[in-house]
Design a protein around this ligand. Structure first.
Ligand SMILES: *Cc1c(COP(=O)(O)O)cnc(C)c1O
Length: 380
């Protein structure tokens, strides 16, 4: 028997217009950051997210670093965040000398458990960082109320949540700042890239300076000042205009990319429902307040042994299925630089039980069917 080709976990999608835009951008004579394509892509992102200000960055990691810089954290300041998230959420704040305080997840959405946040606060707490897992919104009403009560900033790591909403409001507009990722594994991408969304106008001027190596070069280019100089901390967080051109091609096709991803997500969820129920496998839980962006499709197997057996089984059927995250509170760096607010059982359990199925625009109907056939032939 001929072995069928492997269905990869992710294939970076080309929507169509990207390379033409890159070619045009290469002819403008301005290939560094903040050229004409950066301007257009930024406007598209502003329209899509409804954020007050948008700055393209070289990654979501760098946008998080900018957010940490803009909070002017002092060593020893504490930042609340979920344990169940990607390392960049924590790293950005640790780089400023701040201490991440890890909070457990809700068992349904795997988002930070808002009911455990207040018990994790201390006099040194400065901010709450949320991450909308799979782009399914955190309980933002409760979280923004806690932040207001205690005078804390809210930052959204919205790497998964472009185009998603909570009670009709776009994710990325709840926090003082929010970050997006355009890494090739995200819904839209330019290989590597990101954006910082700024919803507090008072942060805007300093954000432009941080992103331009600590200089007031952006004001200089707008003609607001007659020479530019070093005025603050900063680094080089601008992506090349060639990457912005690529990203613009993806942004133009956002709706069709999203339609393809939703088609696959919904098909998995529908066709796996019966099998999952029969075998004690949990599917994603989407609260009625949240409209999600089909960023990822996951299953929760009963335990780590059966999760590993499921991954091996899928592999035998030619399907790459993967898991994440090692809970940050239990990772070597998390233990060194941060602390857990309480035991993080849900994060630990999720990390052991979770498996993600291939999901990318361009995954064909027949491949989708192969993934479903492979999964449903697994006996828990
Ligand atoms: C992908 C991701 C990041 C990092 O994004 P980069 O653009 O690769 O830096 C940060 N946080 C979360 C939750 C992510 O999924």
């Amino acid at each position: 028997m001929q072995t069928p080709s492997l269905i990869p976990f992710n294939v970076p999608y080309l929507a169509g217009p990207e390379l033409e835009h890159v070619t045009q951008a290469s002819k403008t004579g301005h290939l560094s950051g903040d050229g004409v394509y950066t301007k257009i892509a930024t406007e598209e992102l502003k329209r899509l997210t409804g954020a007050r200000g948008v700055l393209l960055t070289t990654s979501c990691t760098h946008a998080l670093e900018m957010a940490a810089l803009l909070l002017s954290l002092a060593p020893g300041d504490e930042v609340i965040m979920p344990s169940f998230t990607f390392v960049s959420t924590a790293n950005a704040f640790v780089l400023r000398g701040a201490v991440p305080v890890f909070v457990d997840s809700r068992p349904d959405t795997l988002n930070v458990d808002e009911r455990q946040i207040e018990a994790a606060l201390s006099p040194r707490t400065k901010a709450i960082v949320v991450m909308h897992y799979g782009g399914v919104a955190c309980e933002m009403s409760a979280i923004t109320a806690i932040a207001e009560r205690h005078g804390l900033s809210v930052i959204e790591d919205n790497a998964h949540g472009l185009g998603a909403t909570y009670r009709g409001q776009p994710l990325g507009t709840f926090g003082e700042m929010a970050t997006q990722s355009f890494h090739e594994t995200k819904n839209i991408h330019c290989g590597e890239g990101g954006a910082l969304l700024i919803n507090n106008d008072e942060l805007w001027e300093r954000a432009e300076i941080l992103r331009e190596k600590g200089t007031n070069r952006s004001q200089f280019f707008r003609g607001a000042i007659d020479k530019y100089t070093w005025v603050d901390l900063g680094s080089s967080y601008l992506p090349s205009d060639l990457l912005a051109a690529f990203l613009l091609g993806q942004l133009e096709q956002f709706e069709s990319i999203q339609a393809q991803r939703h088609r696959i997500w919904t098909r998995y969820d529908t066709d796996l429902a019966k099998w999952a129920q029969r075998h004690g496998v949990d599917r994603p839980s989407i609260p009625s307040e949240a409209a999600h962006p089909a960023h990822l499709y996951y299953l929760l197997l009963p335990d780590v042994d059966r999760r590993q057996a499921f991954i091996a089984h899928m592999r035998e059927y030619g399907v790459m299925a993967v898991f994440h995250y090692v809970p940050l509170h239990s990772s070597p760096a998390g233990r060194r630089f941060g602390r857990a607010a309480s035991s993080c059982h849900v994060a630990e359990q999720s990390s052991q039980r979770l498996v993600r199925l291939p999901l990318y625009a361009g995954l064909t109907e027949s491949d989708c069917e192969r993934v479903i056939d492979a999964a449903t032939s697994f006996r828990v």
